[in-house]
Design a protein around this ligand. Structure first.
Ligand code: PXP
Length: 262
């Protein structure tokens, strides 16, 4: 179902989507009702987040169905729902209609999302899920490793976007090859007409070189923002990342491409 897409020009404004999963992790530690991810989403938006990301895992270890149901009507920016390529999840997405669905690989025993999607091997099943989301008019992104073949295979599936896994970069940001791989995949993705997103393991300290990649339109950042919120408050933690992104892009950001600048 791939339509030939014109190459995508670099964007001046880069979106920051804040992943609030770990607000729910803290709540689930006591199975109570605080801290509330919905309240956290509102603080993030007030502090300048362009979108709210949640990962509804199949094991429901942090975000619960009820959280997504409450967030969907309340998020003023856009809701990006991360989920596995599974029938149950696609059905949920079709009902909730988030602005964006990001398909991620999931293994129950993992601590967090560990690798990218195996787009080539998972092709048939993924294609079916992508087609269902596409037919319902939902913008779909695939979380992948920055590798040429995987970028091309994603474009062949006809998705609107790819999210490049920045975990390897975050674990070895001193190694220029990790950033170079992201830059090359971003450039290839944009040349194939894909919107390029990135995320995983990014912090206010290491985000700069990734934020500076011209084709990267959107960053998804969660654990570090929520962690540092313990010390500086959530709003300031969001703003610290935003400042680091803007600094890396030469201060281009202030006009806001906004919430739904897909
Ligand atoms: N993007 C995707 C697809 C993810 O699965 C995650 C983790 O849930 C993130 C971004 C955010 O990663 P982190 O919490 O390390 O910032």
């Amino acid at each position: 179902m791939s339509d030939a897409q014109p190459s995508r020009p670099p964007v001046a404004y880069q979106r920051l989507y804040v992943n609030i999963d770990h607000v729910a992790t803290l709540r689930q530690a006591r199975r109570g009702d605080e801290p509330d991810p919905v309240a956290a989403a509102q603080v993030c938006e007030d502090a300048g987040a362009d979108g709210i990301t949640v990962h509804l895992r199949e094991d429901r270890r942090h975000i619960q169905d009820r959280d997504v149901e409450r967030l969907a009507p309340i998020v003023r920016t856009v809701l990006n729902l991360e989920m596995a390529a599974a029938d149950e999840m696609v059905a949920l997405a079709l009902g909730l209609r988030p602005a964006q669905v990001t398909i991620v690989p999931e293994r129950r025993e993992e601590v967090t999302t560990e690798g990218g999607l195996d787009v080539r091997r998972g092709g048939g099943r993924l294609a079916r899920h992508v087609a269902a989301l596409h037919d319902a008019g939902l913008r779909t992104s695939l979380f992948i490793v920055p590798d040429d073949d995987t970028v091309r295979a994603s474009a062949d599936l006809g998705v609107a976007a790819i999210e490049l896994h920045t975990g390897p970069y975050a674990h070895a940001s001193h190694d220029p090859r990790t950033r170079a791989a992201l830059a090359a995949a971003a450039s290839l993705g944009a040349s194939l007409g894909l919107a390029v997103h990135a995320g995983h393991g990014l912090t206010a300290d290491n985000v700069g070189p990734v934020a500076a990649i011209p084709e990267v339109e959107e960053l998804n950042i969660g654990h570090s923002i929520v962690s540092r919120a313990v010390f500086m408050g959530l709003a300031e933690s969001v703003r610290a990342v935003r400042r680091a992104m803007d600094a890396a892009r030469g201060g281009v950001a202030v006009d806001g491409g906004g919430a739904s600048g897909h």
